[in-house]
Design a protein around this ligand. Sequence first.
Ligand SMILES: Nc1ncnc2c1ncn2[C@@H]1O[C@H](COP(=O)(O)OP(=O)(O)OP(=O)(O)O)[C@@H](O)[C@H]1O
Length: 609
Amino acid sequence: MPPPLPKSPPPSLKARFKNAGSLFRQLPGTFRLFWEASPRLGVMLGVLTLVAAVMPAAIAWVGKLIVDGVVAREPVLHLVALEFGLMVGSTAVERSLSLVRELGRANLGNLLNERILHKAMELELRHFEDSDTYDKMQNARREASSRPLGLVMDAFSIVRNLVTLSTYAVLLVSLSPWSVAVLVVASIPAFIAEARLAEEGFRLYSWRAPEGRKLNYLEWILTRDSHVKEVKVFGLGPLVLGRYRALFQKFFQEDRSLALRRMGWGLGLGLVSLGAFYGCYAFVASRASLGTITVGDMVLYLGVFRQGQGAFQGILSSVGSMYEGALFMSNLFAFFDIPTGQEVPRALPARSPPRGHHNAIELRDVSFRYPGKEAWALRHLSLRLEPGEKLALVGENGAGKSTLVKLLLRLYEPTEGDIFYGGVNLKDMDPKDLRSRFGAVFQDFVRYQFNVAENIGLGHVEALEDRPRIVRAAEQGGASTVIEALPSQYDTMLGGWFEKGFELSGGQWQKLGVARAFMREDAEVLILDEPTASIDAESEHALFERFQQLAAERIALVISHRFSTVRMADRIAVLHNGQVEELGSHAELMARGGRYAHLFNLQARGYRD
Ligand SMILES: Nc1ncnc2c1ncn2[C@@H]1O[C@H](COP(=O)(O)OP(=O)(O)OP(=O)(O)O)[C@@H](O)[C@H]1O
């Protein structure tokens, strides 16, 4: 796979050439993808491009024969008919090329989008939490439907124009060999200037990609429904718009300077080409008036020279836009190449503790720090959850509670130490097997813009159609009353994104989230990460009473800042700076008079006074 492009502009000329080289190394990979998307379209594109490339020379040649025939007063109708036929053919070829382009865009765009989604499924949580990888994925998604096809089409357009130019050269050589030399020589400065400016433009765009994303982000703040309340209350509009404007102005200055230079060079070098054209024109016209060449030759010369310059321009602009296409592809290939597979079990075949409710969870001297981070999120943490135990995790923000859950679900692996489930090291288990034993409600649970039944059923995909089970889960999660009041009950479409979607309150959504966790009837472990944050006090109490019954045999891990919830747990672990500072039942910890007792009294006093 080609190496990814450097992020900053290359310093030296040599480095620039290397950079340009790495751009064109994206081509084979892109063609392979196009071929995979549809071999038939690939063949059609190749054949049509070649036919389209030789058509102009054939038409010009027949045009010359017609003029010569007319001057010699010979019959030319058959030649006119031939030219008509060629024009019809040319039009049909152009139309077919447009069709191939359209179909190619759909096929290739679809293939790539699917691959991107597939890759996204393979990625692990650590990738999503890494901004570099996340950026790569968002960039890949944004232009997958247009850029790759653009690159293929640009490459074909260059081939087509090169073939056209060669056929023109053959026609012109017979007429005046040195005019071919003039055509080529007069175009070289324009070629160099265009290539340089295109490269500069490309560097400009790639260089400011992060700022471009910032621009999008500012736009997003002002246009998203989820942001509108804060934008209005804090009066953020003018500030965000001001930042947007400043960034845009910066882009605009750079763009204008590039556009002005492009215009200056384009005009100057255009005049050189025009001068070359008219010099040759004068020469050819005088030869025609002297009778050294025919009038048809002169007409052929004029047409071909003009169109030749057009073809040349075509090549230049294709080279320019290929830079951007290639940049996109290098990004895309880098995204596809992100190594995954760290979730593979260490032991083969993977080990699997017996199903049921007899498995304990044990953390042995676990330390963890996030990739690329210095600070420890968890440090020397040892903890054992007995089968059926309800453990509450408390601690201030950033103490490491959610991190501990991520390690239990093997979304990350401990940096040091080990975690065992039913005596089996998590590293030796298949993560799918492990996760299938958990039911979970997260702090940032998802509000799916699907109907109610699906919102709950997604907790156990295999039972998505099992309505009685969904109804049961809804009752257990305390969501039934909410659902009964909806216009089409379980079939009510939720969320405001689609037509007829019904918007729920934060607490109502949360009840569905809890019900979703209860879909896993055979879950061995339940994780409730702040499940009651937006649930009212009465519902919370009801939920926890039900929860005590339902979780009867299972291990339950509850993270909460509400001590009324926490105190219902068998034991409470107080996390502080990534370590277990206190561990025991509510009564034990209260008697101890440490951090837990302090926090509990603080909250209780708030209610009593
Ligand atoms: N994705 C991440 N990348 C890097 N550091 C992280 C990441 N997530 C959390 N941290 C850091 O790890 C530490 C523990 O965070 P964690 O989210 O586990 O805390 P928490 O106890 O769940 O907090 P809260 O009560 O606010 O939810 C914090 O210092 C935090 O800054």
